[in-house]
Design a protein around this ligand. Sequence first.
Ligand code: UDP
Ligand code: MN
Length: 342
Amino acid sequence: MSGEEAFVTLATNDGYAKGAMVLGSSLREHGTTRKLVALVGPHVTEPCGHALRAIFDEVCPVDVLDSGDSARLALMQRPDLGVTFTKLHCWTLTRYDKCVFMDADTMALSNIDELFEREELSAAPDPGWPDCFNSGVFVFRPSVETHEKLLTFCAENGSFDGGDQGVLNSFFNTWATADISKHLPFLYNLSSIAIYSYLPAFKHYGRDAKVVHFLGKSKPWSYTYDVESGKVVDFPEGPQAGLHPDYLRDWWRLYTASVVPLLRRAYGDEPVPSSGMEEGSRDIHEDETASSPSADPPSEASSSPRPMSSEERKQRWEAGQMDYLGDDSFANIERKLDSFLK
Ligand code: UDP
Ligand code: MN
């Protein structure tokens, strides 16, 4: 046993690599004493690899296509689960005793080293189905044996949601009932979707959030940020939403302060490509890693030009079709709530 412990993340393209850089910087900023490891797919370009190496202790290339037999075999049987198999690769990091996996679209808001006191598999509930854990943040023990079992399980059973969260919940299937110490507080994986679905709870507990998770279709790097004004310029326009504007701004501030200088150095005289939907997009197909389908608000709701009656709005709200960017925006809901509380 080496006694070493690490935070681990994954990026298969430059969009997620930027997410990983912000995550790594956030962990460093809050003074973690653990190692930082990034698993990177072959589509991450060299300037991003360079910036990642400046932040992380280890940047490990993973290409499931040329990894060990069982991984390749599993992938050949289930080509639809490409990124999922790549994520499961974290179990092969056996030079570490214990690790905390964090999605590249998460950001630490405080020091979270206490997570290493937990055992495999510890995770926070998923806001869409709280008897499932959300696989954006979880504690695990690297083990070749577990990795093999996971691959076999995945190849034989597939994933009920098309992504790693389905596989991991089916594999660690006693999480919901067996041991409460494996339930991480929700504050370790706070997703925007939950903020909007239970706003009074967010107002009451939200200030203690330790990790924010930009779960869903739109990611922080899908937007454009104006450094001068300190605002995300293309928010709230567009069909996408669900991100809390304050956390989104925090993400961009950290990106601007800690990541951009590294990328500038890596790109030399060439301009640093701005973030955009293409490079932020997922590698295979859209619903592949989707954890809760409800995380993505339907686009028609936010682009509807016709004013809605309050009854119609109520019906839409009850059907889960909130207009996050318009009438149901965070600021509007907060105003309404304040008027009730007064
Ligand atoms: N991921 C990746 N490339 C992809 C899709 C996903 O590297 O094309 C990794 C990345 O670490 C990401 C995680 O897999 O954070 C899970 O995907 P995502 O966060 O998009 O799913 P969500 O949390 O929105 O359900
Ligand atoms: Mn995620």
